[in-house]
Design a binder for this molecule. Structure first.
Ligand code: AVJ
Length: 327
């Protein structure tokens, strides 16, 4: 059993490695060049993101924490009106510091005792399984390590209970609006009529406030973007000179798209996995989108992907919202 698990884990890691190499080389052949923000999160990237969440400019985490700290009871009551008993599933659970508040309420109200955190990082799953039951006595933690949709399907096979699926932190912002429709449609296809989702959206606000959140004075977000080049050096035998790339965040208040680029400071050639990639002077590499929404856009996303909006929960500044939808 142990050997079988270890074997399976190795193949997952190898498969991830192959996809990383393929995506990097393919993305750098596109025009404009592109790298994918889902690869930001290696061990160093995880640590840098933790630091971003503490940056004074990065309001998103504090706003969402404000919602969950203050309104978990209201949220669980709303969920209970639509689903008397349910299991909580979380996509990209991280340290579960947000779901903690909901889980506490759910246990207190006796509406659920099972939590399925889904995460691509096996370390995160192991840590949650060890730490959460001690902090929340009576909670069953069934960690699922793997891709969101595959693990959602696995959770559906383990339990026949209705589900509340959480997707917090404005992770949905890393999709373009069109990709978000695809993602939510696939999400709904894994659920049953009556199941609920709670999704965190960063709202449109003063454009400078948004841009500053992706351009902190401490340079953490810059390091976070450059770390992907370092990761390529580490894992794909690359030779990026990161001092020759500049972090360039943008926000378009018309489309609501906040995009980050790395700009090549000069003409240069970089070796990656035995291949040569050429960069022109001032050539951009598109790294990440963090899409901002308004309420109409959120409702449109719900209806296009087959969900019915149930309730919006806001922080006191109305900068962020967690929305409850039903299938
Ligand atoms: C984790 C995707 C919500 O887009 O705001 C933070 C990642 N990128 N600073 C975001 C991120 C730059 C973050 N999400």
């Amino acid at each position: 059993m142990r050997a079988a698990q270890a074997f399976q884990h190795n193949t997952i890691v190898e498969k991830q490695q192959l996809t990383f190499e393929k995506d990097v080389l393919a993305g750098l052949q596109l025009q404009p060049k592109r790298l994918y923000s889902k690869y930001f999160y290696d061990a160093k990237g995880d640590a840098l993101f933790q630091q971003i969440m503490h940056c004074p400019e990065y309001y998103l985490t504090r706003c969402e924490m404000d919602i969950l700290r203050g309104q978990s009871e209201k949220i669980v009551q709303a969920v209970r009106r639509h689903a008397p008993g349910f299991d909580l599933v979380e996509l990209g659970a991280g340290d579960a510091s947000k779901s903690f508040f909901l889980l506490k309420e759910m246990l207190r109200m006796g509406v659920t005792d099972t939590y399925f955190p889904i995460d691509i990082s096996p370390n995160i799953i192991t840590q949650l399984q060890q730490s959460l039951p001690a902090k929340l006595p009576g909670l069953q933690v069934q960690g699922l390590n793997g891709e969101y949709m595959e693990m959602l399907q696995a959770a559906g096979q383990i339990t026949a209970q209705q589900k509340l699926v959480m997707f917090m932190g404005s992770s949905i912002g890393n999709f373009t609006p069109a990709e978000a429709v695809q993602f939510c449609t696939r999400l709904r296809q894994q659920l049953r009529p009556g199941d609920l989702v709670l999704i965190g959206f960063d709202l449109r606000k003063n454009p400078q406030t948004i841009l500053d959140a992706y351009n902190d004075k401490g340079g953490i977000t810059r390091a976070f973007n450059l770390n992907l080049l370092e990761r390529i050096n580490r894992e794909l035998d690359g030779n990026f000179d990161i001092s020759q790339f500049e972090h360039y965040p943008t926000y378009d208040p018309v489309s609501g798209a906040c995009k980050s680029f790395l700009i090549s400071k000069r003409e240069q050639a970089v070796e990656i996995a035995g291949q040569t990639v050429r960069f022109g002077a001032n050539e951009p590499v598109y790294m990440e989108i963090s899409q901002k929404y308004d309420m109409e856009e959120i409702n449109e996303l719900a209806s296009r992907s087959g969900f019915r909006p149930v309730e919006f929960f806001y922080d006191s500044k109305r900068w962020f919202t967690d929305v409850l939808w039903q299938c």
